[in-house]
Design a protein around this ligand. Structure first.
Ligand code: EPU
Length: 325
C-alpha cells in the first residue's frame, strides 16, 4: 500500500489535487497534493498524527487570510481547520476555543455570554488559532493579551519519537508585536510546525448592550472613522480579495506605519498584472481577478524596494508564504 492509500484509509474524506486558491482570501494558490478538512479537534489530531507517522509534509490552514500560497501549490497535506467549538468555562470569565473557530464566532459568543475584550477584533477575517499564532492586533490591543493557556500538538523531533500534545502557559508563546515563538520557528515553507489545538482566553464580565456598541464602533473604525482620541485610522478595503496588511509596521508612531510609508512613496494603485496596491490603504494588495501568486510577490518586492529607496527602512512581511516557491 502506498502512503497516500494508507492515509486515505485513515482519513476518510481526504481529497487529492485540490486547488488552494479557493481556500485563501487572497484568491491565489496552486494545487495541494492532499487536502483534508478537520471538523473537530479529534479529526485535527488524527490527521496530524497520521501525517507525521507517514512522514508526509503538512500545513494547517485556518481562514487562509494571512497567507500567500504559491502557484506551484503544496507538496503534502493541507489540513483545513474547521474545529470550531467555543465553551464558556463554568464560574469563570473564560472561554476554551478550538483553534479553527472564527474570530466572528468568538465575538458573537462573547456578546451572548456577556464577556468583554474581543470587540476590538470585530471585522477581522481569520480564526482564533491564526490570531493566537500571529498575535493579531488592532489599535494597540493584541490577541495574545487575552490568551491564558494553549494546547499544542508537537510533531516528533526525529522519526523514533512520538508526537506530543502539551498544555502551555501563555508565557511559552513569547508574544511580541505581530509574532510568537511559533510564528518565528523557521521551517521550510512553514511545513510541519507545532499546531495550536485549543486556546483558553480570559475576558471580563460586561453588559451585552455595551459589548454590541463597542463592536459597532470597531467596525466603523475599520471604515476610517475617528477613534476616541480623535485619530483617523486608514480606510481598509472590504469585499475584495486581499490578505490584509502585507507588512508589519516598522515602528509605533503613525509616521512609521507601513501603510503611511508606502502611501508617501507613491505606491497606491501600483499594478503588476492583475494585482494592485489598494487606493484606500497602501499596505493592502488586491487581487483584481485572476492574479497569480508570482505577480503578488513581484508587487510586494516593488513596495519593499520603494520604501527602502525613499526612507532607508526595511519592511518585513506580516503575511506568510506557503508552498513551493
Ligand atoms: N496611512 C496612510 N496611508 C495609507 C494607509 C495608512 O497615510 O494608505 C496612515 C494612516 O492615516 C495612519 C497610519 O498610516 O496615520 C496608520 O494607519 P492605520 O490606522 O490604518 O493602521 P495601520 O498601522 O496601517 C494596523 C494594523 C492593521 C489594523 C490597524 C487598525 C499592522 C501591520 N497593521 O494598521 O492590521 O487593522 O492597525 O488597528 O500592524 C492586518 O494585520 O492585516 C491589519 C490590517
Amino acid at each position: 500500500m502506498t502512503k497516500i492509500e494508507e492515509l486515505k484509509q485513515k482519513l476518510p474524506g481526504i481529497k487529492e489535487n485540490v486547488i488552494l486558491r479557493d481556500w485563501t482570501t487572497m484568491g491565489v494558490g496552486g494545487v495541494a497534493d492532499l487536502f483534508y478538512e478537520a471538523i473537530d479537534i479529534e479529526g485535527l489530531t488524527t490527521a496530524l498524527k497520521q501525517t507525521v507517522r507517514l512522514d508526509i509534509p503538512y500545513f494547517v490552514l485556518g481562514s487562509g487570510s494571512n497567507v500567500i500560497v504559491s502557484d506551484s501549490g503544496f507538496p503534502g497535506l493541507i489540513i483545513k481547520n474547521s474545529a470550531s467549538n467555543i465553551l464558556r468555562i463554568p464560574d469563570a470569565s473564560q472561554f476554551l476555543a478550538d483553534s479553527g473557530a472564527t474570530i466572528a464566532k468568538l465575538i458573537s459568543e462573547s456578546a451572548t455570554q456577556e464577556l468583554t475584550g474581543m470587540e476590538v477584533f470585530a471585522g477581522i477575517p481569520g480564526t482564533v488559532g491564526g490570531a493566537a499564532y500571529g498575535n493579531a492586533g488592532v489599535r494597540g490591543v493584541e490577541f495574545g493579551d487575552f490568551v491564558k493557556e494553549l494546547t499544542i500538538f508537537h510533531p516528533p523531533q526525529n522519526s523514533l519519537d512520538e508526537p506530543q500534545i502539551i498544555r502551555h502557559k501563555v508565557s511559552w508563546m513569547e508574544y511580541s508585536y505581530r509574532t510568537s515563538r511559533l510564528k518565528k520557528m523557521i521551517h521550510k515553507s512553514q511545513v510541519n510546525k507545532p499546531v495550536i489545538l485549543t486556546i483558553k482566553l480570559g475576558l471580563a464580565p460586561a453588559k451585552k448592550e455595551d459589548i454590541l456598541e463597542r463592536i459597532r464602533q470597531s467596525v466603523a473604525l475599520r471604515s476610517g472613522g475617528l477613534d476616541v482620541a480623535g485619530y483617523r485610522h486608514g480606510v481598509q478595503p472590504k469585499g475584495v480579495k486581499s490578505s490584509g496588511c502585507i507588512f508589519k509596521n516598522p515602528g509605533t508612531q503613525p509616521e512609521m506605519a507601513a501603510g503611511y510609508l508606502l502611501d508617501k512613496a507613491g505606491l497606491k494603485k501600483k499594478k503588476v498584472g492583475d494585482v494592485v496596491v489598494s487606493k484606500d490603504h497602501a499596505n493592502f494588495v488586491i487581487n483584481k481577478g485572476r492574479a497569480s501568486a508570482q505577480e503578488i510577490r513581484q508587487l510586494i518586492e516593488i513596495m519593499r524596494h520603494s520604501v527602502k529607496e525613499k526612507y532607508n527602512i526595511n519592511l518585513e512581511e506580516e503575511v506568510e508564504y506557503i508552498g513551493r516557491w
